[in-house]
Design a protein around this ligand. Structure first.
Ligand SMILES: [Zn+2]
Length: 119
C-alpha cells in the first residue's frame, strides 16, 4: 500500500479535488437523471458550488485544461485527420464512403476503395 502514500499529496491539490467532484456529479447525474445533460449538470453545478464555497481560480484553471484537451482533439481531427476515439477503438474511416473499417485494412469492405495509408 505504499503507492497510496505517494499519490496522497495529489488529493490535497484543489485542482484534483475539483476534477473528482466533476466526475462524481457526472456519474450521479448519468445514473439518476439524464445521460444527455449529465455533462452540463456536472460542469455547471461543480463550477457554481466551487466558486460559491471556495475560490474562482481552481475552476478557471480546470476549464482551461479541459478546453485545451478539447482544442487538441479538434486540432488532430480537422488539421491532421486523426480521430483519437476511432484510433482507440482500432478503426479508421474510409475517405470515400465514410464508414468505419479496421485500422489495418488495405481495402474498404463496403465500397472496395483502396486505402493508401495502410499500416
Ligand atoms: Zn469505403
Amino acid at each position: 500500500m505504499d503507492w497510496l502514500k505517494t499519490i496522497e499529496p495529489l488529493f490535497k491539490e484543489p485542482l484534483v479535488q475539483f476534477f473528482i467532484w466533476l466526475a462524481l456529479i457526472q456519474v450521479m447525474a448519468q445514473v439518476f437523471l439524464d445521460r444527455r445533460i449529465a455533462f452540463w449538470i456536472s460542469s455547471i453545478s461543480a463550477t457554481y458550488l466551487w466558486i460559491k464555497n471556495y475560490e474562482v481560480f481552481t475552476p478557471i484553471k480546470a476549464w482551461l485544461i479541459i478546453l485545451g484537451i478539447f482544442f487538441l482533439y479538434l486540432l488532430l481531427k480537422y488539421l491532421f485527420h486523426f480521430n483519437v476515439f476511432l484510433y482507440l477503438k482500432g478503426r479508421k474511416r474510409c475517405p470515400v464512403c465514410y464508414s468505419e473499417v479496421h485500422i489495418k485494412a488495405t481495402v474498404c469492405p463496403y465500397c472496395h476503395n483502396k486505402l493508401k495509408d495502410a499500416t
